[in-house]
Ligand binder design. Structure first.
Ligand SMILES: [Zn+2]
Length: 265
């Protein structure tokens, strides 16, 4: 499946999205004119190589979001085969196999003429980063944000994760959100229990059920859509607060309770 869109002045950032492992998505992205390609994370070397074979693209970079095995497991094998350069989080460099370039908040990564801002988004892991292609309206969020969900807090506090998610919540509505797992349907059924009167959410749940029935991806989403339907971006929702019995509580408290309930869902 290929998705592409960009303002006229820029060459198109091509995105090739492919399912792999149990429920991961892998992404190859490419500056078409320059012929420069990156794999966002490496869930498995074999799956990335199959995607390269299918597209005919040649791998120049790996852009890692965080250290988990289903995001870096193919790093060394792909680097050995292609000589690609590995970019990853400075805060977690010791846990990124084969890392060549360490980046963090405020750094800019280039892929040909395309530019991605790096944001630090700790919470799921200590050193998680995301790649924001502002001009291409695309953000690669790893396991920080999912459609109607967010990553589990393996190495961070609710406070840290809420700060990270606010950085994403502030991005423009049309920005496409490329997350690393197809968790949407379960997230949707959790979310609707918290905000049963949210009309945008009801519509999205129906759409997601239909897409999954047809075995079609629900990813990418958009920031605008997530802001309307994702309970982890909506701790200020009166309905959500009321469901949780936390009307008027701090947003961090509401977020933390939402995350706790999702862990048990
Ligand atoms: Zn992870």
């Amino acid at each position: 499946m290929t998705q592409a869109s960009a303002p006229h002045h820029l060459p198109i950032l091509e995105v090739f999205q492919f399912p792999c492992l149990d429920d991961n998505y892998g992404y190859l992205i490419r500056d078409r004119e320059a012929g420069i390609c990156a794999s966002v994370d490496t869930p498995s070397a074999a799956a990335v190589e199959a995607a390269l074979a299918e597209t005919g693209w040649k791998l120049d970079f790996i852009f890692n979001t965080h250290h988990h095995e289903d995001h870096t497991g193919g790093n060394l094998e792909l680097k050995a085969r292609t000589g690609c350069r590995i970019v990853g989080p400075r805060a977690d460099a010791a846990r990124i196999p084969g890392i060549d370039q360490q980046v963090g908040e405020g750094d800019v990564v280039t892929l040909g003429r395309h530019r991605a801002r790096v944001l630090d988004t700790p919470g799921h892991t200590r050193g998680h980063i995301v790649y924001v292609f502002d001009e291409d309206q695309a953000v690669f969020v790893g396991d920080t944000l999912f459609s109607m969900g967010c990553g589990r807090l393996f190495e961070g506090t609710p406070e840290q994760m809420w700060i990270s998610l606010q950085k994403l919540r502030r991005l423009p509505d049309p920005m496409r959100v490329f997350c690393a797992h197809e968790y949407t349907q379960k997230n949707a059924h959790f979310a609707i229990g918290l905000e049963p009167d949210n009309a945008d959410l009801r519509e999205r749940v129906a759409e997601v059920d239909q897409l999954r029935e047809l075995d079609m991806p629900t990813v990418p989403s958009t920031i605008g859509r997530e802001r309307l339907t994702n309970p982890f971006l909506r701790p200020d929702s009166p309905e959500l607060q009321a469901t949780l019995g936390l009307r008027g509580a701090s947003l961090i408290e509401v977020f933390a309770e939402t995350r706790r309930r999702r862990n048990e869902f």
